[in-house]
Each structure stands twice: as C-alpha cells, then as structure tokens.
Design a protein around this ligand. Sequence first.
Ligand code: JCQ
Length: 240
Amino acid sequence: MRIDVVTIFPEYLDPLRQALLGRAIDRGLLTLDVHDLRAWTHDVHKAVDDSPYGGGPGMVMKPQVWGEALDELCASGTPRLVVPTPAGRPFTQAVAREYAAQPWLVFACGRYEGIDQRVLDDAARRMPVDEVSIGDYVLVGGEVAVMVMVEAVARLLPGVLGNPASAEQDSFSDGLLEGPSYTRPEVWRDLAVPDVLRSGNHGAIDRWRRDQALARTFHRRPDLLDALPEGALDKHDRAQ
Ligand SMILES: COc1cccc(COC(=O)c2cn[nH]c2)c1
C-alpha cells in the first residue's frame, strides 16, 4: 500500500515512522510519503490560506495550492483521497478494513476552518474523495486524525501484526467491544484473575469472554448491539 500525506506540518507525521509501523515501512509492507503543502506555493510568504467568502471567523485553505499539489501527486494514477474533517462520515473499523484493501491512499490535512470546497469537488472529478471524521470533536488540523487512520489501517495489512489473529479478534471485528484481559500474577493487590480463565476449559473460556463482551457492549455501546446483523446473537447471547 502506498500512502501520501499532504500537510503544512510534515514533521507532525514523524511518529508514524516509529515502532511497529516504522518497521512495517522499513520492510516495505507500505510506503509513507509526507509532503509539505507549501512546496506548491509561489509567493514569498508561501500563503496557503485566505479569508472566508461570506465573512466569519478564521481562514480557509486556498484552492490553487491544493489543486497543484493534488495534480502533481495524483498525476500517475487514481488514489482514494481521504480528508479528515469533523463534517465527515464516521471512520470505523469497517472503514479501516475498506481502506486496507486500497492500493493507494492520499490524505489531505486541513487546517484553519478547512479547505475550499472546490478542491474536493474538483478532485472528485478524477478520483474517489472521502471526507471522514474520527470523532465528534474539533482538532486544530487533520494531522492527528491522519495518524489515527494510518495506524488503524496499516495494522490490518498482511505481515504488519506479528499475529494476524489479533486483528481478527479486535474489538468491533464481531461487532462487540473487547472484554477484559488479564495476565500474571494470579492475584494482584488482592484482585484475583477470574477462575474460568485459569480452568483450561476453553469452551467455558470462550463462552465467558463472549458474555463479558456482550455485557460491556450492552452497558457502554448499546448502539452497537442494535447494529448487529440478523442472527449475530445466538439464544445463549440473548439470554444474557
Ligand atoms: C478539513 O478541514 C478541517 C478543519 C478543521 C479541522 C480539521 C481536522 O479534522 C478534525 O478536526 C476532525 C476529524 N475528525 N474529527 C475531527 C479539518
């Protein structure tokens, strides 16, 4: 997978080159190229923003600069353009899986009040464009949202995680939240590990884990239960 990121703060994306993702890049499982949007300015001030038509607070990112950046970066093919924004469709594990199947993603990091809408409208003439939200809050810019999405997507790529089962048993993979996890010692600050997990009875363990996931989902995210496909819950589940 090829990933390009366009931003006025390229160094903000440096953490993606650390640890697991850094090793995946070194191993060629994905490429990550970060581009400074100001490289496509032509004025001495390298201006990327201007006042909003219609008035209002803040500034809007200029269309000309973005247009030239995307023209150059997307000249060799048709990536999916992903624009993090509070006004986007929700980024979920399902979207992460969708993106993990894409050969090429270009992320556009907005700042200020956003990017002139015509940049997205023009880009949509020649590539798929996704405006995506990582949550209902407002950040200062798209860079942190891009890091969230790149991490969620890259960990799904074959070979990135040591144990592929980890990705399959993620929270949300079966539509439920992950239940509690435990490791040694057996008792810690007078808190004991649930007996079933030390029983060696893997049928009982699987059942207990499923019940814990159902209970946690019911209490914390009942909306996820409503979204489960028909038949996802068996009669034992429904008895919980
Ligand atoms: C594209 O225009 C803008 C404008 C302002 C901030 C941002 C950064 O994204 C977010 O704030 C965000 C993404 N998901 N949830 C919040 C982008």
